[in-house]
Write a protein that binds this ligand. Sequence first.
Ligand code: PEP
Length: 250
Amino acid sequence: MRRPLIAGNWKLHKTRDESVALVTALKAAVAGVDSCDILVAPPFTALAVLAPLLAGSNIQLGAQNCYPETTGAFTGEISPQLLKDAGCSAVIVGHSERRQLFAEDDAFINRKVKAVLAAGLTAILCVGETLEERENGEILDVLTRQTKGGLAGLDATVLQNVVIAYEPVWAIGTGKTASNEDAQEVHSFLRGLLRGSYDQATADNTRILYGGSVKPDNVDGLMAQDDIDGALVGGASLKAEDFARIVRFG
Ligand code: PEP
């Protein structure tokens, strides 16, 4: 019912030449794979270089961030329209590194989600608790606030262009992963939130990715869970062989 999505977030890694080399290797490694959607989100500088290389392939191009305005005096920022122009079909919004390092709050992230959708792109909305929030028993409150805040004002008809990524902050780049059961429990909770805010069909159709140290050796167990519809992959997306193995989960 939900087509899996495996997305690679390259963060602040890879020059243009390195990006071309990685994508060239990845294209070969995932050639013919049709069991899921595949997306890479390189740094802004590599987008327009990679777009022609990816055209016609089974790998989509995404961006890691955007600013929620179309044009104007916003020095240093990039709009969803410019990302679309560079060949992107999706934008990651509200990554925990943006929330923590750049003080992005739910209201600002909500503006970004709306701007991404208005440009005709898919928004990959990241939510996730810190270790402190988890230990304080605040996990469900945090996820509710981030999910409802990020989606505020959106109606069910546009949710088809929204992907949720559950990324427990303590699992990102740490080598720690939520257990398959814990991740499933949270994904099921998030799907319940969508059901409550929208309807059963929206809950059933919205993809919820897991992110946080997804690797070749743990992807199969995670992807076997009913409510895990894909992965947002950081470190392991920087190696074609590892990312291709994740894409070929099973
Ligand atoms: C991420 O950056 O979204 C991420 C999940 O990173 P990693 O896979 O390295 O934990």
